[in-house]
Write a protein that binds this ligand. Structure first.
Ligand SMILES: NC(=O)c1ccc[n+]([C@@H]2O[C@H](COP(=O)([O-])OP(=O)(O)OC[C@H]3O[C@@H](n4cnc5c(N)ncnc54)[C@H](OP(=O)(O)O)[C@@H]3O)[C@@H](O)[C@H]2O)c1
Length: 305
C-alpha cells in the first residue's frame, strides 16, 4: 500500500479497545487522530485529538464527517458488542454491525482510505478451535452472523483493507460501558457473591493493550488481509475465573462450575474458539502477555500506578 498514514479515524473510541487505541495512537507524533463514538468523550484526559459524537447508523452525518476529515485510515472498532442484546434485537445489531460497516467500507473505497475492521472469534462455530485465519466461519449467533456479513463486505473491497479478529477482551478503562470476564469475576468475589462459570467453553483471553498494539502494527506496516490477534493461551473459561481469584487472593469457593446448557444465555456461544496467532507473531512481531502478566498490568492500572 502506497503513501504515509497521517490522519486516522477511530470508531468506538469510548469502548475498551477504542480507549486503548486512542491512548497509544496519541502517544505517537506526526499522526492526526479523530475519534468517534456515541455521547460524551470518555477519554478527555488525553489531548491533541478531535472527538466527534457520531452515531454511525446516521449515514448522512457519517458521510459528511468522512468527507470533511478525509482520513488516510479508519480503525473501525465500534460495534453493538453485547451478544445477547444482538440476539434479542437483530435489526439493531444489523444496522450497527453490518450496515454502518458497509457505509464505512464504501467511504474508504471512495476516498482511498485503508480500512481496519475489528472482528470476532464468534464467526466460528467452536467445534474445531483454536482457529487460524483460513478456517471456515460458521456463526451460531446473530452477533456472529452480523460480524461475518460485515467481514464479507470488507473482503470485497477493491481498496486496501485488513480484518483483525480477536477473542474475549479484558482490561480496564475509565467509564467502561460494559464489564469483562476479569473485572466481573474480581468484583463478584470481592463483593462475596457466588458466580456460575462455564467449564465447556474455551477461549484465548486477550489483554486490550495487546490487541491495540497488534492493530497499530497492522496500521503502521499497512498490512492487508486477515489477522488473528488474541492472547496465546487457550483456556477454559472456568480456569480464567480461577486464575483471577488466585491472582487477587479471593474466595475461589464462590465460583460454581456449570455448563452452557444450564446457564442458557439467549445467544448460543461457540464451545471452543481461541486463535492460532502465528501470522501476527511472524508478520507483526506480535507478543501478547500471558493471562497472569496481563492481570499484573491490570492490577497496576486499578491501583492507579
Ligand atoms: N469484547 C470482546 O470480548 C470482543 C471479542 C471479539 C471481538 N470484539 C470486537 O472488538 C471491537 C471492540 O470491542 P470492545 O470490547 O472495545 O467493545 P465496546 O467496549 O462495547 O466498545 C464498542 C463501542 O462502540 C460504540 N457504538 C455502538 N454502537 C454505535 C453506533 N451506532 N455508533 C457509534 N458508536 C457505537 C459503543 O457505544 P455504547 O457503549 O454507547 O453502545 C462502544 O463505545 C468490537 O468491534 C467487537 O465486536 C470484542
Amino acid at each position: 500500500m502506497e503513501g504515509q498514514i497521517k490522519k486516522v479515524l477511530v470508531t468506538g473510541s469510548n469502548g475498551l479497545l477504542g480507549q486503548k487505541l486512542i491512548s497509544k495512537l496519541s502517544a505517537r507524533t506526526g499522526m492526526q487522530i479523530i475519534a468517534t463514538d456515541l455521547g460524551d468523550n470518555l477519554n478527555p484526559s488525553i489531548e491533541d485529538y478531535e472527538y466527534i459524537d457520531l452515531d454511525l447508523t446516521q449515514t448522512t452525518r457519517l458521510e459528511n464527517t468522512f468527507k470533511r476529515i478525509k482520513p488516510d485510515a479508519v480503525i473501525h472498532a465500534a460495534a453493538m458488542t453485547h451478544v445477547d442484546q444482538c440476539e434479542l434485537n437483530p435489526e439493531a445489531c444489523h444496522k450497527v454491525n453490518v450496515e454502518a460497516t458497509e457505509t464505512l467500507a464504501r467511504l474508504c473505497s471512495d476516498f482511498g482510505a485503508f480500512l481496519i475492521f475489528v472482528s470476532t472469534d464468534f464467526i466460528f462455530d467452536g467445534t474445531a478451535g483454536p482457529y487460524k485465519e483460513e478456517d471456515q466461519p460458521n456463526p451460531l449467533s446473530v452477533y456472529g452472523h452480523a460480524k461475518w456479513d460485515a467481514e464479507k463486505i470488507v473482503q470485497s473491497m477493491t481498496t486496501p483493507w485488513a480484518i483483525v479478529r480477536t477473542v474475549l477482551l479484558y482490561g480496564f478503562v475509565p467509564g467502561l460501558g460494559r464489564t469483562n470476564i476479569v473485572l466481573w469475576v474480581k468484583k463478584s468475589l470481592e463483593d462475596g457473591n457466588k458466580i456460575k462459570v462455564v467449564n465447556d467453553q474455551e477461549r484465548s483471553p486477550t489483554l486490550a493493550e495487546d490487541l491495540a498494539d497488534g492493530i497499530i502494527a497492522v496500521l503502521m506496516r499497512k498490512r492487508e488481509g486477515t489477522y488473528h490477534i488474541s492472547g496465546s493461551e487457550q483456556m477454559k473459561i472456568i480456569d480464567i475465573a480461577r486464575t483471577v481469584a488466585k491472582h487477587w487472593n479471593l474466595d475461589e469457593s464462590l465460583i460454581e462450575e456449570t455448563t452452557s446448557d444450564v446457564i442458557a444465555q439467549p445467544a448460543k456461544r461457540p464451545p471452543v474458539t481461541g486463535f492460532i496467532i502465528l501470522r501476527a507473531q511472524t508478520e507483526l512481531g506480535y507478543k501478547p502477555h500471558t493471562l497472569k502478566a496481563g492481570l499484573e498490568v491490570l492490577d497496576k492500572q486499578l491501583k492507579g500506578v
